[in-house]
Every structure is written in C-alpha cells, then in structure tokens.
Design a protein around this ligand. Sequence first.
Ligand code: BES
Ligand code: ZN
Ligand code: ZN
Length: 470
Amino acid sequence: MKIYSLEEAVECSELLVLPLFEDSEISEEIKSLTGEISLDGLCLEKGQEYYILNTKQPVLIVGLGKKEKISQRKLREFAGKIARTVKKAACIYTQSIVCEYLDLNDIVKELVTGVITGQYDYVKIGAKAEDKPEISIIAPKEQMKLADAAALMSSCVNYARTLGNTPSNYMTPEVLADEAKKLSDQLGTECEILTNRELEDIGAGAILGVNKGSSHEARLIVLTYRGDDDAPFTALIGKGLTFDAGGYNLKSAVGMKGMKFDMCGAANVLGAFEYIVRNRAKANVMAVIAATENKIGPDGYNCDDVLVSLSKKTIEVTNTDAEGRLILCDAITYAQQKGAVRLIDMATLTGACVSALGNNYTGVFTNSEQFLDEFKCAALRADEGIWQLPVDEYFHKLLKDSSVADMTNAVRGAYGGSSIAAAFLEEFVEEGVEWIHLDIAGTSDIPKKKPYMAVGATGVMIRTLAEMFC
Ligand code: BES
Ligand code: ZN
Ligand code: ZN
C-alpha cells in the first residue's frame, strides 16, 4: 500500500476518498486537491456517500458521523468498506479525520489494516485470484514505517485467514504441518514436526487418542524463534482440529457446519508467529501446534476410554467432542518440556463461550493477572475485544469425578463449560509457569459477509499478539 504526500496527491487523477465528520469544513488543503467544492445540502451521517465528478479528480465524500463517536473500529470498517466497493485505484485523505479522539498514527494504522483485510477474499478452489485495485493513503511520508508495519500485520492476518478458510479435504493435519514448515523455511526459524510414530515414542496419548478415528495422521508442530538471548521463552499454542465431527459423540448437522474452522487457533498462531519473526521482535517465541481430525472410524476413541497424556496424567473420556482440550494438553506439556515459561493458547474450544460472549469478544482465562494485564494493554492497542472469564478451584473440582483416571475431559450437566475447559487446560500448566487461554470459538470466523469484511476466518488475536511482542 502506497503513501502519497500532499504534493503527489495534487498531481494524481485517481478517485479521492474524502472522509468527513458532520461538522467538518472544506479546508484550504482539501481545496488544493479538489478545487472549489461545497458541502451544501450534504448529510454527513455515518456511511452517507456522495460522488462528485466536476472536480479536478473524481471525489467520493464519505460521512463519518459525529466526531465524538469515532473509534478505531469504525475507521477500520470505513476503510474496509471502501476496499470492498471501490473497483478502481483510489487514495484516501487522512488529515480530515485527525481530531482530539484519534491521532494520525492511529488513523494510518487503522486505514491500512482496514483496506488490506477488507480487500481479502478467499480464492475459490480452482479459481484464479482477482486483481484488486491499488488503494493508497495521503499522509506525510514519516508515516511510512507505521504503514508498512500495519501492512505486514494485515498480510499475516490474511495468511491465517486463508489457512482457516481452506476446506478440510485440502487442509489436512499433514498439509497444515507442510504449511508450517514452508513458513518456517521462509522465516529461517527452527522447525520440528512430530508424526504419529514420534508422538507414540514420547507418550503423547491424548492427541493420539483423538486421532484414532481419522485416516490422517496427527502432527505436533514446533517453530522456534530466538530474538533475545536472555529472555525466557513464550509459547503460542494453537488448536489445529482440521475437522471436528465430534467423534462418536457425533455433532448434529447444524453443529458440524463450519468445523473446518476448528484449526483457526493453529492458523492464527502461525500468523502471529510470522509477524513476530518478520518484525525481528526482541523476544523468544515458539509456536506449538497440535493438529488432527476428530472423526468416526473403526478405531475411533470411545466414551469411557482412558488416555494417558504426555504429562502422565490420566484422562477418562466422558465426551469425545471435548477433543480440543485433549490435543492441547499434550501441546502444553510439550511446550514446557521445550522450556517455555509463559504460555498463550488459542483455541476454538467451547460452544459455551459463544453463548456467553457472542462473536465480538474472545474469552480469556489466566493464572497470572500480571501476565494478563500485559495482554489486555496489547488488545486495547490492537482494538480487539476480549473478556475475562473465571477459572478457579470450583471448576477444577468438577473435573476430578472419575473412578478410573485422574480427571475427566468433560462434565455432564454442569454450567460454565468454557471455565471447565479452561480448568482442564490449567491442570497441565506447571508451577511457576504463566498462562493465558484464549477461547476464540465465537470470534474465529464470521458466518456472513460484512460490508467491510469477507465471510469466513477472521485471523482474530493476531493483531493483539503482534502488539504484545513488537
Ligand atoms: N470445536 C468445538 C467448539 C466450538 C463450538 C467451536 C462451536 C466453534 C463453534 C469443541 O471441540 C466442542 O465440540 N466443544 C464441546 C464441548 C462439550 C462436549 C463439553 C461444546 O462446546 O459443545
Ligand atoms: Zn469438539
Ligand atoms: Zn473442536
């Protein structure tokens, strides 16, 4: 995405997008671009649009509504909508948005993010990618570095969205591992991929249990980036269920639709990892991804089975559809064996989280309020919605009602399903290790297209993780 200086913009003949608040006036600077124009009779409520053609270059005036109601999100959505509707090259004027509620840095960051994530479409299987018009912004050249960072962040988001949107017959666990390896090779990071044989050797019985119903092998993928000699390692851990049919606790037709997105935790971890590495962040980070399908087959795991996890803790399977926590517990243990002392896991883990928080807030859980404070600041800067939910002794106790194993993987008839799932994961977090769990079941994908965003995977939490490490 290009940045035009004012001087360059005066010379250009592309469509000029002019965002204006209800009380905005036409400044001398705007006049230098458009010549004489008048706002008489125009309503600049949010979303109102006017094309003006008798100017030096065609102008699209877009109403932003009341200044005091502007926000980072509204700006991203405005830019995304422009990106999805404008079919020819255009440039967006920024100076008219600067006000006491948003500075130029925020504006540039959100416009770039809105345009690049807005232009994204998943290329249909067998089709060719459409050419997209170049959309630029008019801002001082000093903003270039910030714009480049936002563009990189958005391309990492779009990369993760493509992984997420790819159907499960194309995106198998093996293919996901190949994609991770390809990324790692491009980034020059270390890459370790464990196959079923190696998972058997180390005793990762929980992920292998879930994998038994599938004709595809499981994979445990570890990418390692060292950007800081002395710093402790943080592991970003992703749930990579390339398809979740539920296993013998089979999902309904309605419940199964969209379960190709059950690997969005893994996809988004890869997207965040890419940004962190390309940005040469001063941090030590590993991406740990557990990948498998959850299906039905002659060998598929049964209800009442007992799995011996990598940590040696034993788990009675009370619901084969609570599989995410089973693959994640082995990934959590493996990350700690590899030396991680801070863990952030990301998973489309529970329907209960969707019921509780809807589609705009990711559920967050932690054992360290201090660690979460850092994360909250990053989420605020990235303007991504998060909401903390509890995980305490009450939920841990519910899981301990088994006569054949250390714990169960689900609790029949209990409320607070997201907190129970979080408590299950916390059972595998060792003393002194800080941990954040992100339940993205409601935020990983949007089922219907929006004016500013294509349907499908969203790449949620990548921008927050990028803010946290860079
Ligand atoms: N992948 C699902 C959770 C999910 C549901 C994600 C809806 C996105 C949208 C997960 O594996 C699952 O099936 N969870 C069960 C747990 C239950 C059996 C304890 C659920 O939430 O119903
Ligand atoms: Zn499930
Ligand atoms: Zn699942």
